[in-house]
Design a protein around this ligand. Sequence first.
Ligand SMILES: C[S@@+](CC[C@H](N)C(=O)[O-])C[C@H]1O[C@@H](n2cnc3c(N)ncnc32)[C@H](O)[C@@H]1O
Length: 254
Amino acid sequence: MSFKLPTKEDKHDYVHDQFERIAKGYDLSNDVISVGMHRAWKIRAINELLGLAGHKASEHGEKYLDICCGTGDLALTLAKRAAAGTQITGLDFSQNMLDLAAERQKRLARRKDKVKTVQMEWICGDAQNLPFEDNTFNGAIISFGLRNLTDLQKGLDEMARVVKPGGRVVNLDLGHSTVPLFAPIFDAYFSNVVPVIGGILQNDLKAYKYLPESGRTYPRPEAISEMFRKAGLINIRHIPQALGTVALHVGIKR
Ligand SMILES: C[S@@+](CC[C@H](N)C(=O)[O-])C[C@H]1O[C@@H](n2cnc3c(N)ncnc32)[C@H](O)[C@@H]1O
C-alpha cells in the first residue's frame, strides 16, 4: 500500500483522527515497537526537565507541563519522581488519549502514594495555542509529539512562552541516525516491520505507515536546535539517544 503524508491543511484533523483511533492500544504498541526503550528515554528527558542527574526530585509547589501527553505515560513517570505538592498538567487534543491518562492516574494512585501527593490535571487543547498565561510553568516537555504538529515552530514558541525565565523546555522525538551499518538496518525496521506490528496490534496499518514517514520528514537535530534558538531559548543541547534514532533537545528560557 503506497502512503502519502497529509498536506499541511489536512494535517491537524488527520493527526487528531489517527490518535483518537489508536488510543486504546497505543501503550502496548509503543512498548513493542521500541522494545520498551521509550521508558529509559523518557526518564532521561525528565531528568533534563528537572535539571538534575537523577538524584533530586522537583520542589514542592513547582508546576510542570507535558504537551501532547497522550495516555499520560511521561507525566505519570514524572509524578512518581516529583516532590509532594508538585503540580503536573498534561495537555493533548485527543480526548480518548486523555481519558486513558486519567484512568491510569487513578489506578496508580490506588497503588502508589507518590502519585497521590502530586496534583495532576488533564486538559484537552491544542499544543500550538496553549491555554495558559505567560511564565506559568517551571518547565515544559513534549515527547514524540512535536513531529505531529502542523507548525513545529509555533509549538516550541508556545512552550517557551508558558515557561518561567530560567525554566527548561525539553523535546524528545525521532532522530536521524548516521551510524554506518546501523542506520539502514534501523530504517528498514522502521519502514517495513513497524507498520506490520501496528497492523497486527492495532489493526491500523495506515497509522503505522504514518509513523516512519513522519520521522523521515521531521527536521534534523541541527534544525530543531535552530528552532529552539528562534523560540528564544538558550544553552541549547542535543543529546542523541539510541544511536541517534531518538533526539533529545533541551533549552533554557532566558
Ligand atoms: C505519538 S503520541 C505521544 C504521546 C506521549 N507523549 C508519549 O510519548 O507516549 C502524540 C500525541 O500528540 C497529540 N497531538 C498531536 N498533535 C497535537 C496538537 N496539535 N495539540 C495537542 N496534542 C496533539 C496526539 O493526540 C497524541 O496523543
